[in-house]
Every structure is written in structure tokens, then in C-alpha cells.
Design a protein around this ligand. Sequence first.
Ligand SMILES: Cc1cc2nc3c(=O)[nH]c(=O)nc-3n(C[C@H](O)[C@H](O)[C@H](O)COP(=O)(O)O)c2cc1C
Length: 369
Amino acid sequence: METELSRQLGIEHAIFGFTPFPEVAAAITRAGGFGVLGAVRYTDPDDLERDLDLLHRHADGKPYGLDVVMPAKKVEGVTEADVEAMIPEGHRGFVRDLLARHGVPELAEGETSGWRITGWMEEVARGQLDVAFDYPVKLLANALGSPPADVIARAHDHGVLVAALAGSARHARHHAEAGIDVVVAQGYEAGGHTGEIGTMVLVPEVVEAVAPLPVLAAGGIGSGEQAAAGLALGAQGVWLGSLWLTTEEADLHSEALTAKLLAAGSGDTVRSRALTGKPARQLRTEWTDAWDDPAGPGALPMPLQGLLVAEAVSRIQTYEVGALLGTPVGQIVGRMTGRRSVRAVVDDLTRGFERAVTRMNRIAGRSDT
Ligand SMILES: Cc1cc2nc3c(=O)[nH]c(=O)nc-3n(C[C@H](O)[C@H](O)[C@H](O)COP(=O)(O)O)c2cc1C
């Protein structure tokens, strides 16, 4: 699976893997793909440095990237405490009642919520970049919009390509105008924050909108045949997030959650604002049902919802409360039926890609096999 972009980055397969786990990112890179470490959960730059160090040491000298969540517009002088103060008491009560109904214990003394998504705050994301530029990161991706102009310029000064996720051709055009190098066209099926347009419709629209910029197809890709479809639609590679969650190298810190993912079908996810306040695809649980229930108070806008639920999510995960236990994941969860190594996943993707190419060649009457 070679394309102009994969050759430019010096990778064997045009398979890009987003993951919050440095071990998984390193394994994707070692297997010939391009591992991208998600930085949003690192509030302390020292933790990011430790994990980038691990990724770097285990990447066998091959290229890898970093994904940050940096808003394009700067919100001046707003602290986490200011945002906390904006959360209505009624919503706090709703969380308390929901947890009490399910008998979710308090965290132990001294145990803090490990799930604070504050990487969206510009000062946190900038701290992450200060660390990242000390490493030979080859691609910097941004989740929510185009990164600020000075960040794009700084990346380019370091010879780092800048990518941004887009859920519509309009977003993609905006990224192109901002001067980014690669657009990740991420469809409705995808895990995490996602738009309303399916991958099959989105990818060719984005390819056309930003040509000649390279586009990666994302959302609902879990086989080599699906990867081939993405490339057939004009993408220069595929970008996968969900499929790695059940690999042997991924540590979700919960056997119960892994078991839930392995058992889930493609219809068991929902696009809900329950986790962050923006629509994000995740496992459907009694937690998402409660937030999506029109009789309830409904989710708060980002970033309030993320701060409101951070401790609750930690408690649910720590005590593995089955009915509420979830994670962002895409519809491809239906194909994630067994634990495999990252290498086995990449090998399966490349074999499936070859099968698809052979089949298409046969259909086109070009095969002599
Ligand atoms: C658990 C999880 C967390 C994610 N977090 C982020 C994130 O922090 N930043 C980002 O750019 N994309 C994030 N995504 C989206 C992925 O980058 C990717 O676009 C998506 O997973 C592709 O679709 P797929 O889930 O069908 O493979 C996340 C996806 C998952 C499954």
C-alpha cells in the first residue's frame, strides 16, 4: 500500500493509526504503518515526555506522529476553575443521582480522576507542542479545526507535516486555506468526535475540495478491502482509530471494557454528547441513554460536559460498572471480535488490500492470475 504520501513519510504501508497508547503507536510504526499518539489526555507535559520517549525508543527509528486538540480560536484568560464555575448545580445533581442509582462507589482517598480532558485548553496543548518538537515527530494532527497559524508555521520550520480532521468538504477547504498539508476525511461511522456525513460520501468530496492536497480516509475502516475502497475514492492512505483498542498492546485498564468491545456489534454505538458535549461516537450504554433522554437535562456544551463528567467516568471505569461502562469507538467495533497483536492487524489489512486489488483487476479484465 504505497502512495505519494507514504513515500514522502518513508513508511511501507499507507496505514495511519491514531491511538492514545504509546506502545500501540510504536507497534503500528514498527509494523510498517504510521503510529500517531493522541495527546489530549496528557495534562502534565512530563507525562507526555515519558510516553513520547517510550514511543521513540520502540519505533525502531521509523516515523511517527502526534495528535493534539487545539482550538483555532484563542479564548483569553479562561482557567479550568472559571469553566467549572459555569456548571449548573442541577447537572451536578443529575450525575450524583445517576451514579447512586447504579451503586457506583466513590474513588478511594487520594485517588484522582485520571480522565480530565483538558488538553483542549490552548495553554495545555501548547505545553504538549513544546515537548513534541523535541522529538523527531513527522506529522502533527489536530482534532478540532485547523491549528493556529503560528503552530502551523512552527511545525513547518521543524519539517513537520500538519494534518487536520474534517467531517465535511467545507471544513476541509478551511484547513487547506489555513495552510495544512494533509486532510483526514473522517466519516460519521468513526469513533470519537464525528460529523454527519458517511465516509463513502465524504472522502471523494474532500479529495475534490482540497486537491492536490493528500487526503486520508477515516471512519469505519477495519479491513484491507475497506482500505482499498478508501484509496479507490482518491485517498492517499487510511486513518484508523477504533481497531487498535482491542489489540494486545492496548491497555484499557479494564478487562470488562475489552470484553464489552469484543462482544459489541456494529449497531451498538451511538453518536452522543454525553462525554464531551460535542457529538462523539461511543458504545451505547445506560450512561449515554441517560444524557440523550429528552426527559433529562441534556449534555452541556464543550468543555463544560467533559469537566462535569470526568470524575464520574473515572469511577465507572475504576469499578467497572458494566451498565455504564463505555468508550469512544466506531461502528467498526462489530469486526473487533478477538484480541490480536498490532502486527497481526496490519498484516491482515495489507492481505485484505491485496485481495481487493486482485478482485478489482479480475473484474476489470486485467488479471492473468
Ligand atoms: C478511543 C478514541 C479516541 C479518539 N480520540 C481522538 C482524539 O483525541 N483526537 C483525534 O484527532 N481523533 C480522535 N479519535 C478519532 C480517530 O482519530 C479516528 O479519526 C477515528 O477513530 C477513525 O474512525 P474509526 O474509529 O472507524 O477507525 C478517537 C477515536 C477513538 C476510537
